[in-house]
Design a protein around this ligand. Structure first.
Ligand SMILES: Nc1ncnc2c1ncn2[C@@H]1O[C@H](COP(=O)(O)OP(=O)(O)O)[C@@H](O)[C@H]1O
Ligand SMILES: [Mg+2]
Length: 235
């Protein structure tokens, strides 16, 4: 896969003094994140671990521009994500690839149309179907382009989801429990694929996971407890 995009380096991510509160009922607020500081180098791989409810998904959503922090700054590349307007947030999210626990493929579309879906309404500088086919080949599913999602195993569906996540050349790839619906061996294969995919396309990778084996494959390992960083290992 030699093209100019392989020279990309991903983006650095800076999370500074970030808190996120959710309203629970009329007056009660719940602090899902409490004064979190985290620095992620451009192009590096980071695992977020911690018990259920410790704030992993919330932190991914804030970095990915799906939610706004209650306090603090989030800078991704040159962008102050916490200060973007609704419209600019939508544009910012195009630059982020998402992979979810439950794949979330569109059941009525073929595999290749699922991969194309994120860029379908956009004008882009590459041939959409050719790039989708190339990505399917890179995830080992070059011969399944015309299959329907339900004809694939869970691991294969997650491979399609990874191809879909990177079709728009994102600078940042975010995965929330990407191995959570898969058996151990398949989960490790998927994690390896996420790592090689982020390396090939030059994206920074942030993965929330319960699986410590999966977390150990990342350069940096951040442990969250009760919405705060408990420990950071690596870079
Ligand atoms: N949209 C929401 N509204 C209210 N509370 C929320 C919302 N999202 C998350 N929370 C709460 O924030 C805390 C952290 O949740 P989450 O980030 O999903 O944790 P994790 O992904 O580590 O399991 C939990 O107590 C959860 O109930
Ligand atoms: Mg979660």
């Amino acid at each position: 896969m030699s093209n100019a995009h392989t020279m990309r380096q991903g983006v650095p991510v800076a999370v500074e003094g970030v808190s996120k509160s959710f309203l629970q009922g009329k007056r009660q607020t719940h602090r899902a994140l409490n004064n979190v500081d985290l620095a992620i180098k451009a192009g590096s791989t980071v695992a977020l671990t911690g018990p259920s409810g410790s704030g992993k998904s919330t932190l991914l959503h804030l970095i990915g521009g799906m939610e706004r922090p209650s306090e603090g700054h989030i800078t991704v590349g040159e962008t102050r994500v916490d200060q973007l307007s609704v419209r600019d947030l939508t544009r910012y999210r195009r630059n982020v690839g998402f992979v979810f626990q439950k794949f979330h493929l569109l059941p009525g579309l073929t595999v290749i149309d699922n991969v194309i879906a994120p860029v379908l309404p956009r004008r882009v500088s590459f041939k959409k179907s050719a790039r989708a086919q190339e990505l399917l080949e890179s995830v080992g599913l070059g011969d399944r382009a015309l299959s329907m999602p339900h004809e694939l195993s869970g691991g294969q569906q997650q491979r399609v989801a990874i191809a879909r996540a990177v079709i728009g050349f994102p600078d940042l790839l975010i995965a929330d429990e990407p191995t959570g619906s898969l058996d151990g061996a398949t989960g490790e294969e998927i994690m390896q694929l996420l790592l090689t995919t982020s390396d090939t396309w030059g994206t920074t990778l942030v993965v929330a996971t319960h699986n410590l084996k999966v977390a150990e494959l990342c350069q940096q390992h951040v442990q969250l407890v009760d919405g705060a960083i408990h420990r950071t290992v690596g870079v």
